[in-house]
Design a protein around this ligand. Structure first.
Ligand code: AMP
Ligand code: MG
Ligand code: MG
Length: 318
């Protein structure tokens, strides 16, 4: 199927279609009320929707891309990937395939790619009915670098009665090509809006948010949701000076934000790396700016004490 289309475009076209099926599975489970919540650790929830969404996404990707490494957030067993046949999506989204792959990504091989899957980002908020915070994230990294991905919002338009046939939104992007399904909007001039975690806050996070001297602070769930707020001009910067965010939280948002001229790094300003055999936690936090031109300014306002304490914590993890 489409053997002449470069791998990264086929992966994005497939992920685009799969994310929509996973979104409908999440909605069905939400409506059934059978969330079956378990706590994976401390304040780290998993529901039936997280599990089923991952089963659909990974089984569908494995069928089409058997040689590509795929890493999902949820720890499932092999037998969990025996899914109903209508959960296996093999459609490739034509609007993705119709684009020309940037030259530097034309010859990417299966073994160069890792796909990072967060089957439901914003689980805490999902269990509390804050459905707008929920996204599905499918990110692509090539040789350790985030290059693009898909963000699907299964509940987009859910509270607009007239839009019920138009439920959900799928956004995708690729470095060197741009992002589609979303409009980049400039945040307000002359003030600073910071977005940060709603359910995983702590002292270091609060100190770093304060140090940015924001005019207002948004506290919402989900890394995907917060990066979309930054892209759509609802916030200038997303600051999270804590460990806790994982590679599947940041890969797709980073790839899409970078495709649109923004920047996402750790709190020290280092690029994030995406290696399948390394630590999956972003130990030094996340800082994401609407415009790469302002990134250094925000990064320099994060107090040295916060950076040092986070760095010290990261060293003690090994
Ligand atoms: P939040 O901004 O709190 O919604 O977090 C963004 C993503 O990082 C979500 O997928 C969270 O589950 C994850 N995350 C952040 N902090 C933690 C933490 N302390 N423990 C577990 N997961 C976390
Ligand atoms: Mg997540
Ligand atoms: Mg998740």
């Amino acid at each position: 199927m489409h053997p002449n289309v470069p791998l990264v475009l086929r992966l994005l076209a497939s992920s685009h279609s799969i994310s929509q099926k996973a979104g409908s599975i999440i909605r069905d489970i939400m409506h059934s009320g059978q969330l079956n919540i378990v706590d994976k650790g401390f304040n780290d929830l998993q529901t039936e929707a997280d599990r089923s969404s991952q089963r659909c996404i990974i089984r569908s990707l494995m069928n089409q891309f058997p040689k590509v490494s795929i890493i999902g957030e949820e720890n499932l067993e092999k037998k969990d990937y025996d899914v109903p046949s209508d959960w296996i999506v093999d459609r490739l989204e034509e609007s993705v395939l119709s684009h020309r792959c940037p030259d530097e990504l034309q010859n990417v091989q299966d073994e160069d790619v890792v796909v990072w899957v967060d089957p439901l980002d914003g689980t805490s908020e999902f269990t509390q009915g804050l459905l707008d915070h929920v996204t599905i994230l499918i990110g692509l990294s090539v040789k350790g670098k985030a290059i693009g991905g898909v963000i699907h919002q299964p509940f987009f338009n859910h509270n607009k009665a007239e839009e019920q046939s138009n439920l959900g939104r799928t956004i995708w992007g690729l470095m060197g090509l741009g992002a589609f399904g979303v409009q980049k909007v400039s945040p307000p001039v002359g003030k600073l809006i910071v977005t940060t975690t709603r359910s995983h806050s702590n002292d270091l996070i609060n100190k770093s948010v304060e140090a940015l001297s924001p005019d207002s602070v948004l506290r919402v769930g989900g890394a995907g949701n917060k990066v979309l707020q930054v892209i759509e001009g609802k916030a200038h910067v997303y600051a999270f000076a804590s460990r806790g965010c994982k590679k599947w939280d940041t890969c797709a948002p980073e790839g899409i934000l970078h495709a649109l001229g923004g920047q996402l790094t750790d709190i020290l300003g280092n690029s994030l790396t995406y290696i399948k055999n390394e630590n999956f936690t972003n130990e030094l936090g996340v800082l994401a700016s609407h415009s790469a031109a302002n990134h250094l300014e925000y990064q320099s306002k994060i107090p040295a004490e916060v950076k040092e304490r986070l760095f010290a914590k990261s060293q003690s993890c090994f």
